[in-house]
Design a protein around this ligand. Structure first.
Ligand code: MG
Length: 256
């Protein structure tokens, strides 16, 4: 279901999204080579709780037979891992790693969702370019996140920008509406035809999230039931924000 948020609901969305932004500020300061992805997860969880929010991904049940509940507050996906990596005490972050983090906070009944990709320490030039293009793809997409356009216009803009840089997008996962539910309609693909899909209206809150692969677009899922990796072993990056549609330009709620 697509939901149009009331003024009061928008205030709650802003509040929870600010907490997500603050959590990333902390993570960006703390992330370093030698630490485990479990430690990162602990930092995020305590930051969110201190700020009065619940880490909504922890215990998340996708409702798919055979897939376990997600056990952590963060998804941490390194290098050829694209999304949904599970934090672990055994997984040590290395110098130069491309670390994609995705998290959702819940407060007063509303969710805020964002993802960032950090290059830890001194990364390669190719990694930096990939991360930069992924971030810019989000901003290219949201140029169309306003009345007068359709969801497909956002998808088209993201895809065309990424393809023009020689990269591919993940086709099996996409952005989404967000609010009282972590995932609401509409789905927002990272590629597609312009002029298609739902008309964009003020009061919508959307999580727009390019997932970009350096090589071929094919993906695999690990036996843990969650982690999605690139089939060819190439690097991937993820960048996401929750945005609010207004009468004019969209407001990015998960950037301070
Ligand atoms: Mg997310």
């Amino acid at each position: 279901m697509v939901t149009i948020k009331s003024k009061k609901e928008i205030e709650r969305m802003k509040e929870v999204c600010k907490i997500v932004a603050q959590t990333y500020e902390t993570l960006e300061k703390e992330i370093k080579p030698g630490m485990t992805t479990y430690e990162l997860d602990q930092i995020a969880e305590s930051t969110m709780k201190k700020l009065g929010a619940i880490p909504a991904q922890k215990g998340y049940n996708p409702g798919i037979k055979g897939v376990p509940k997600f056990p952590a507050s963060l998804c941490v996906s390194i290098n050829d891992e694209i999304i949904h990596g599970i934090p672990s005490k055994k997984r040590v972050i290395q110098e130069g790693d491309v670390v994609s983090i995705d998290t959702v906070a819940l407060k007063n009944g509303f969710h805020g969702d964002a993802a960032r990709t950090f290059i830890v320490g001194k990364g390669s030039e190719e990694a930096k370019r990939l991360v930069e293009v992924t971030k810019q793809a989000f901003f290219e997409g949201i140029k169309y996140a306003k009345p007068g356009y359709r969801i497909g216009d956002i998808s088209h803009a993201i895809g065309e920008y990424v393809f023009s840089k020689g990269y591919t997008v993940v086709e099996e996962f996409q952005g989404h509406g967000i609010g009282r539910e972590m995932h609401e309609d509409p789905g927002i693909s990272n590629y597609g035809k312009a002029g298609r899909g739902l008309r964009i209206e003020p009061g919508m809150t959307l999580a727009v999230e390019p997932m970009v692969i350096q090589g071929k677009h094919d993906i695999l899922q690990l036996d843990d039931g969650w982690t999605i990796i690139t089939e060819d072993g190439s690097l991937a990056a993820h960048y996401e924000n929750t945005i609010l549609i207004t009468e004019k330009e969209p407001k990015v709620l998960t950037i301070l």
